[in-house]
Design a binder for this molecule. Sequence first.
Ligand SMILES: NC(=O)c1ccc[n+]([C@@H]2O[C@H](COP(=O)([O-])OP(=O)(O)OC[C@H]3O[C@@H](n4cnc5c(N)ncnc54)[C@H](OP(=O)(O)O)[C@@H]3O)[C@@H](O)[C@H]2O)c1
Length: 346
Amino acid sequence: MSRQSTERVVEVVLPGVVEPDGLVLRHRDRPVPARGQALVRVEASGVSFAEQQMRRAKYYDQPAFPFVPGYDLVGTVAEVGPDVDATLVGRRCAALTKVGGWASHALVDAADLVPVPDGVDPADAETFVVNGLTAWQMLHGIAEVCPGQTVLVHGANGGVGSTLVQLARLAGARVIGTASPRHHDAVRDLGATPVDYRSPDLAAEVRALAPNGVDAVFDHVGGPGIVDSYRLLAPRGTLVAYGTASTRDQRGSSRLPVLKLFARLLWWNALPNGRTTRFFNIWAGRRNAARFRARLTRDLGAVFALLADGSLRPQVAARVPLERVADAVRLAESGTVTGKVVLVAS
Ligand SMILES: NC(=O)c1ccc[n+]([C@@H]2O[C@H](COP(=O)([O-])OP(=O)(O)OC[C@H]3O[C@@H](n4cnc5c(N)ncnc54)[C@H](OP(=O)(O)O)[C@@H]3O)[C@@H](O)[C@H]2O)c1
């Protein structure tokens, strides 16, 4: 059921390669949902590492500038277009958007909405949308982590990393987590043994904790350090690579570091030593939209259920009003936070 409104909405525009202060607040008429769409009043949207890369034009397949960033959102359906179940209006839902979430309102395909359990705070839920899906699918869909195994999580204080630590602990695994020393107490509090990721003896420190190697490594860092991640694997271990964070500030192509990583993983997989390497891409399989959505709904539903029953602790680093987006980006990039900086409706 469509409802006309003259209300103005606000969105954050990334105009090009800019410092956080270069983000632009744009006001426009409230959009009207087309067939199959819902207009969501956004209550929370996250600042992910992807936006750090996008504002440097370093994200693998970002759209052309200018665009509205925002990889995921949680909000309440304000209006729906033709052919959409009208009872969705008023429901709190989450969506994985890649772009568009940093706004007071966002148009989303209604089929992409995942219900948020009643009583769950929108910012809390937001911390588990892209982070929860990524962590869940890598842990259970690829590495198939089992009770009694030991896993290594890089960036264990980050959005994905802190979620991986919690989900791996819930799966019964022992977790070693790399992080800066300032985050070690927080990593310990999540149930992992912290190791300094800048230590020149990182590999030796991990080996001292896991002399037979680790059953899985989750590596978003890429670059030369990926070699240690591979070498730390136990004989039948799995390396899940899912990013190239170490190349964020390097000049040049946004694609080359990822392509180099693919080549290395392919080479390792050809070696007959029982180890497996995989690159995780949250958008893989998107061409089969029905199957992709079914998997996303199932996996995010599983994560939200753990949040609702208290098994997962949301790591909200800060709640920052949308209008103060530059502060939010600076904070997310400061290296001082545990968990996720969340933009909230003012
Ligand atoms: N492939 C996929 O489908 C997919 C999906 C989602 C996310 N990702 C990737 O997942 C990663 C984490 O995303 P996020 O949103 O969780 O980020 P985040 O919250 O900003 O956390 C980033 C983490 O990485 C650490 N870090 C930053 N630069 C590093 C470096 N050069 N070497 C080692 N560690 C470094 C940070 O440590 P400090 O706090 O000490 O700086 C922090 O622990 C990103 O690389 C992102 O691209 C991939």
